[in-house]
Write a protein that binds this ligand. Structure first.
Ligand code: SAH
Length: 379
């Protein structure tokens, strides 16, 4: 089987090139061709010796995942559905803002964690994405956005359409696909590939503590934690991995991470679920819970999907919650809903996954059994 060069970070590509008897700078040239020029045909790599190009064509390929669909929302959000084989697709979402353009990247086909409010979880877990399939999302986004910019004129680029930030917040739990995700992160940071700074690459995790510690040593990018609850009682129900790594253990890992982190704070994501975790007493408990961790809060209004069983917190409840945290001295942002007319909002990424675990049926049955105080009925 020929090696797919899209799967290799700088270190692995250098090793591959060395094994072919070539000098290390050839690896850098290759990286630039693949990731910066978006070239997948060795014959077009004109500054590489013809003999080496021929050898490459025999032993390697550059396989970019195919694109099944592209949708553009009224607010400029783009969503791409990438073909990952066996009738599966994963989604990547680009969110343009005034001063930046953020690409939300998927790490797995489906997800094995069973967060009760997440549409990806309903599909069950299919498989990990390869490094090439993860970095391929950034490859495609750059490719499509630059084609669009060329069509519409350069002004588009200045208004933030190019990818300046990456968040690993798409489908899947990135730390459950550790090796492939870290190799992809290294490509995002590599100057010969995408050259993003560590602060502009954020990994979001539901809280796989041992992997948080590994990431701190291997590739400390900005860290976001899907906290979502002010105590173990609630978090055990909605983010079940909490039963394995409870809040005390998770917050201790956050403090250890900050010793190496590129930012001096952790972002805590907190989904606003009506009647579940959005009451003023929850905000006060939350403010106490994380008082020792330098952090910022990002409140995410729940994005509904069919049969979720949850409702989004009302605007007033979100503002009261936010103000309690602000009064306690925290920096708080409330995530704007983007791209919801194309189902591209946070937590709505469903891709196209064949559920081998029948998770959907199980979840629909199981969700009735969880009793939350003050829970609103799903309309
Ligand atoms: N598995 C990783 C990254 C995936 S999701 C993690 O758990 O962090 C990125 C964020 O979207 C997480 O904070 C996740 O909890 C949140 N999310 C999931 N479903 C959502 C929904 N329906 N509405 C709003 N946010 C959701």
């Amino acid at each position: 089987m020929p090696v797919n060069l899209l799967d290799l970070d700088a270190e692995h590509l250098a090793r591959f090139v060395a094994e072919m008897g070539e000098k290390p700078f050839r690896a850098k040239q290759l990286m630039k061709w693949i990731h910066q020029h978006g070239e997948s045909d060795f014959a077009a790599m004109t500054d590489i010796a013809k003999s080496f190009r021929q050898k490459l064509a025999e032993q390697a390929v550059i396989t970019i995942p195919g694109m099944l669909a592209e949708q553009v929302a009224s607010d400029g959000t783009h969503k791409w559905l990438l073909d990952v084989g066996a009738a599966n697709g994963v989604e990547a979402v680009f969110i343009p803002e005034d001063d930046r353009g953020t690409l939300c990247v998927s790490s797995q086909v489906g997800c094995a964690l069973e967060c009760s409010f997440c549409s990806t979880a309903r599909q069950g877990f299919n498989r990990n994405l390869s490094t090439g399939e993860i970095i391929g999302q950034l490859w495609w986004a750059n490719h499509r956005l630059s084609a669009e910019a060329a069509r519409l004129g350069d002004a588009v680029n200045e208004s933030g359409r190019a990818v300046s930030n990456v968040v690993m917040m798409g489908m899947g739990e990135p730390l459950a696909n550790y090796d492939n995700v870290v190799a992809a992160l290294r490509l995002m940071l590599d100057d010969n590939a995408y050259g993003l700074s560590r602060r502009r690459v954020t990994l979001s995790t539901s809280g796989l503590v041992p992997a948080i510690d590994r990431l701190r040593e291997d590739c400390p990018v900005a860290l976001a934690i899907s906290l979502h609850a002010p105590n173990d009682h609630i978090r055990d129900q909605i983010v079940p991995i909490n039963r394995k790594y409870p809040l005390k253990v998770l917050l201790a890992a956050c403090l250890r991470y900050l010793e190496k982190a590129p930012r001096d704070f952790i972002t805590f994501e907190y989904i606003m679920l009506a009647g579940i975790n959005d009451q003023p007493e929850h905000a006060r408990e939350l403010a106490q819970l994380v008082r020792d961790v330098p952090c910022k809060f990002n409140l995410i209004p729940f994005n509904p999907f069919p049969d979720s069983g949850y409702n989004r917190s009302g605007r007033d409840a979100i503002l009261v919650f936010r103000d309690i945290l602000i009064d306690a001295g925290y920096v708080v942002t409330v995530r704007k809903v983007r791209g919801d007319d194309i189902d591209a909002a946070c937590g709505q990424l469903a891709g196209k996954v064949q559920d081998r675990t029948r998770r959907k049926e199980k979840a629909a049955a199981g969700i009735q059994n969880i009793n939350f105080v003050g829970r609103e009925k799903h309309a």
